[in-house]
Design a binder for this molecule. Sequence first.
Ligand code: NAD
Length: 286
Amino acid sequence: MTLQTVAVIGSGLMGRGIAYCAAAGGFRTALHDVSAEALERARSRIRTDLDEGVARGKLEPPEATAALERLSLEPELESAVRGADFVIEAVPEDIGLKLATFARLDALCAEEVVLASNTSALSVTEIAAGTRRPQRVLGMHFFNPVPKMKLVEIVRALDTSDAAIAATAEVARRMGKETVVVKESPGFITSRINAMIGNEAFLILQEGVATAADIDKAVKLGLNHPMGPFEMADLVGLDTRLAVLEFLHKSLGEKYRPAPLLVEHVKAGRLGRKVGRGVYDYGEKS
Ligand code: NAD
């Protein structure tokens, strides 16, 4: 059966990007949020992203118009998932909220529908266990900004079926994404490696081995990363980065202990671009 309709639950930073890719990928796309304001913001952001897609030559103007026509904004969850073949959840990272959302989705959606969570770190097995279809619940980990980032990590929970993995890989492919399949594990592949690189950069800076600018320059020009570790940490938010490291430290052990200099930056309120100052000074919030 060809999947036709995707419902995206939560229209924040990630949900609106996921909805953009689904609509641009040819799916009828229903985007739901409990906040009417968030839905309106998402609509205008998706319009801008489609215009940018046209400007960058990724989409023809009629394709952008068709994508917008395929998108519906749904203030009611029931209407959003009515007729959906595939559901992607992107509500805030809170296990209670995820469990409550999946319980409702499980009750509302037909038995064969796959329910995917965009959680960054929570246990997909725990989320799946709260439903009557654990074999059709998995993680679908997108990256920010979703329209531009190529990868989706598909997270296999304990009971996820091969059929659900295959259906998810197909949905991601039609959304223009490449996929990797990972077993449920803290930080999957990407967050684990990225947290380590960022932490090592703080340790090198703390030891006085080189300046922040030179560490970033070395990683970009010597290792061919598109961004330096401090540019990346300032973008992600140092508090977010610290929270990921603390979680990895707790679940995977000593080598993930956060660098003291990172902890100090967070204590000082130097959280990155969002407050105008992190490792670098930006002068104003961005
Ligand atoms: P966000 O706060 O920008 O958006 C969340 C949206 O969910 C908000 O618009 C909110 O109104 C809505 N919401 C809250 N409760 C809801 C409910 N019960 N039903 C429907 N909508 C509800 O958050 P985000 O950054 O988009 O993150 C969403 C998920 O994606 C989280 O699990 C996060 O860990 C994950 N994630 C985030 C990133 C990132 O870079 N921000 C990257 C990968 C994964």
